[in-house]
Each structure stands twice: as structure tokens, then as C-alpha cells.
Design a protein around this ligand. Structure first.
Ligand code: FAD
Ligand code: NAP
Length: 305
């Protein structure tokens, strides 16, 4: 039996693993993809202390490397369910069941779909959710970025290195993004804005996207615009389906914890973006990982010795 099983190897999960493993616990980390989580989708991180700026994949590797030294076991799998049977927890993947004394859920959040006609049809054919992954395919094109938060504005700025122009379409007349990102976008000659506007339809031919129909939400006016690529950043949803039977989420699926990262089920912790909270950042994910990694040590000492 594992002392702790951590689900997800984003910054939250990797930090919890480091803290738990340094307390000499038997630690497994179950991940369905590459270590790093959402950090792998960004080229430019400049608000993680200690680095003036660093790419997401590079920071991911820096967080991953020490886990080897402390014998954290990496397990590939997609966790489908978590059960609590008194002191024993069961983590169930598509083809394995693992037992642990404690479980730390660090499954993060995933991009939200826009839900307009054409979105699904043209995904990977001009519609993308990852500028870092796909931006270089769109050299010298006119691109559209949907959304007004940190992701939309930061990634729009990133795309200007490849694109001819980048238009940010936002449903209001004011961005949600941090002021520093707004200032950079407003100062960038390649970035234009479509305010008070939403995408009604994504259009294209047999092969790829060609543009969008836009509605001005104040006037109801429709207009047609040509774009070679569309990047969608309209927020995130929690990745918490695996705990739906534990009753630890709010109505939107964010996991509720106290400030020790404990859920209402003893021995089950939640950290990082999947938590109900205000600020979803690498620094907050890491802080919560440290709290949970230390918390499982105390829980095991109190309940299993
Ligand atoms: P995640 O990073 O989401 O990691 C969760 C992990 O869990 C993933 O690896 C996933 O594969 C795994 N997982 C999920 N479900 C399962 C399952 N069922 N079974 C197994 N594994 C599973 N923050 C900053 O501080 N600075 C920035 O500059 C910044 N830029 C960003 C740019 C973009 C484009 C995006 C999308 C986010 C950015 N963020 C930034 C936010 C930051 O990346 C997140 O706050 C942070 O990654 C959250 O960490 P996490 O460990 O909670 O979750
Ligand atoms: P977000 O902050 O939730 O912003 C989503 C944006 O999309 C908002 O502007 C929202 O409009 C808009 N939107 C939502 N639904 C829409 C719809 N159906 N149609 C059109 N527009 C829609 O999400 P995010 O930008 O992905 O950021 C997620 C988290 O990661 C945040 O906590 C953020 O701070 C963090 N992050 C941080 C950095 C950084 O620190 N550099 C970078 C990226 C992300 P409204 O404004 O009108 O609600």
C-alpha cells in the first residue's frame, strides 16, 4: 500500500510528491500525460519567484527532476474513480486499482469550449487551444484570439511573433487580464480588438478554417471576418469527475477544502487549480502542494502508527 497517491503531476502534484517523499513516505504519482500539466502550454512564465522568465516545459522539468532523487514512483494512468473505505483509499484507473493511506487530488483544470457551430469541426484544422503548441504553424496569417483573461491576452502577445495581425475578440469592453498584460497588448502594434463582440460561427472550407461570423452584443449587428487561425481561451473547468461520488465538490465541480487542503473525507486532499479558490497560478499550486505533502505525513503518523 502507498502512503500517499497523488493524482496529477502538474506543479501542485509534483510539489506534494516532493514534500511527502522527503518525509520518507512511499509516494506514487499517477499521471495521464507528460509531467508539468498546464505549464507545458505556455512559453513565457515571469511570475514564478526565482526566475526572471522561464518557459513552461523548462520549469516542468526542473520540478520533475528532484522527484527521481527521492524515489517517487511514476505511474501512467487515467484515474476514473477514488473510493474511501475507512482508512483505506482506492484509486481506480482504467485497468488497475491501487491502495493508499492518503490521496492527493491535483488534477487541475482544462480549457472550456466556446460551444459555437464550427468549433468542433475545425479543431486542429485552424482552431486551437494552445498557442505554444500550434502558433508556429500560423506564420504571416491574421489570427483571432477569443477571450479577455490572462490566457487570451498573454497568448495573443505570444502569437504576434508569428502572425501578421492578432485580433482579440472579447464579449465586454474591458479585459479581465492583469494590468501588465493589458498594457503590453495595447502597446503591441500587431494586436487589434473587437469589443462587445462574440463569435457566432466558425467557418471554413473542406480543409481548414477561413473566418468567423461575429455578433456585436450591444447592437446585435452581424459581421464577417477572415482569419487563418482561431485560438480559444474562454476559461477553465475543473478536472474532478473522478471524485463525483465522494461529495467533495461545489456545484461547478471545484473541490472544496479547508486551509490544510483537507477535503471533507479524512485522508483525501485537494490542491492546485482543481480547488475552489480565487487565484489559479503556479505559485499558489506549489504552496498548496507543500501544505498537503506535509499534511499527509502528519495524518499517517496520527492514524497508522
Ligand atoms: P495542472 O497544471 O492542470 O496539472 C494537472 C495534471 O493532472 C495534468 O498533468 C493532467 O494530465 C493530470 N490529470 C488530470 N486528470 C487526470 C486523471 N484523471 N488521471 C491522471 N492524471 C490526470 N500560471 C502562472 O503562475 N504563470 C503563468 O505565466 C501562467 N501561464 C499560463 C498560460 C496558459 C496558457 C495556461 C493555460 C495557464 C497558465 N498559468 C500560469 C496557470 C498555471 O499553469 C496553473 O495554475 C497550474 O498549472 C495549475 O497547476 P495544477 O498542478 O493544479 O494543475
Ligand atoms: P479566465 O480568467 O476565466 O478568463 C476567461 C475569459 O473568457 C474571460 O475574459 C471571459 O469573459 C471570457 N469568456 C468566458 N466564457 C466565454 C464565452 N462563452 N464566450 C466568450 N468569452 C468568454 O480564464 P483564463 O484566462 O484561461 O485564466 C485561467 C486561470 O489561469 C486564471 O486564474 C489566470 O489568472 C491563470 N493564468 C495566469 C497567467 C499569468 O499569470 N500570466 C496566464 C494565464 C492564465 P469575462 O471577462 O466577461 O468573464
Amino acid at each position: 500500500m502507498y502512503d500517499t497517491l497523488i493524482i496529477g503531476s502538474g506543479p501542485a502534484g509534483m510539489t506534494a510528491a516532493l514534500y511527502a517523499a522527503r518525509s520518507n513516505l512511499k509516494v506514487g504519482i499517477i499521471e495521464q500525460g507528460a509531467p508539468g500539466g498546464q505549464m507545458n502550454n505556455t512559453s513565457e512564465i515571469e511570475n514564478y519567484p526565482g526566475y526572471e522568465h522561464i518557459s513552461g516545459p523548462e520549469l516542468s522539468m526542473k520540478m520533475y527532476e528532484p522527484l527521481e532523487k527521492f524515489n517517487v514512483e511514476h505511474i501512467y494512468g487515467i484515474v476514473e474513480n477514488i473510493e474511501s473505505d475507512g482508512l483505506v483509499k482506492r484509486v481506480i484507473t482504467e485497468d488497475e486499482t491501487y491502495e493508499a493511506k492518503t490521496v492527493v487530488i491535483a488534477t487541475g483544470a482544462k480549457y472550456r469550449l466556446l460551444g459555437t457551430p464550427g468549433e468542433e469541426e475545425y479543431t486542429s484544422r485552424g482552431v486551437s487551444y494552445c498557442a505554444v503548441c500550434d502558433g508556429a504553424f500560423f506564420r504571416n496569417q491574421d489570427l483571432l484570439v477569443v477571450g479577455g483573461g490572462d490566457s487570451a491576452v498573454e497568448e495573443a502577445i505570444y502569437l504576434t511573433q508569428f502572425a501578421n495581425t492578432v485580433t482579440i475578440i472579447h464579449r465586454r469592453d474591458e479585459l479581465r487580464a492583469q494590468k501588465i498584460l493589458q498594457d503590453r497588448a495595447f502597446a503591441n502594434p500587431k494586436i487589434k480588438f473587437l469589443w462587445d463582440s462574440v463569435v457566432k460561427e466558425i467557418k471554413g472550407g473542406d480543409i481548414k478554417v477561413s473566418g468567423v461570423t461575429v455578433e456585436n452584443v450591444k447592437t446585435g449587428e452581424l459581421s464577417e471576418h477572415d482569419f487563418g487561425g482561431i485560438f480559444i481561451y474562454v476559461g477553465m473547468n475543473p478536472v474532478s469527475a473522478m471524485v463525483s461520488k465522494l461529495g467533495v465538490t461545489d456545484d461547478a465541480g471545484w473541490i472544496m477544502t479547508n486551509d490544510k487542503m483537507e477535503t471533507s473525507v479524512p485522508g483525501v486532499y485537494a490542491i492546485g487549480d482543481v480547488r475552489q479558490k480565487e487565484l489559479r497560478q503556479i505559485a499558489t499550486a506549489v504552496g498548496e502542494g507543500a501544505i498537503a505533502g506535509q499534511g499527509v505525513y502528519h495524518y499517517i503518523t496520527e492514524n497508522f502508527s
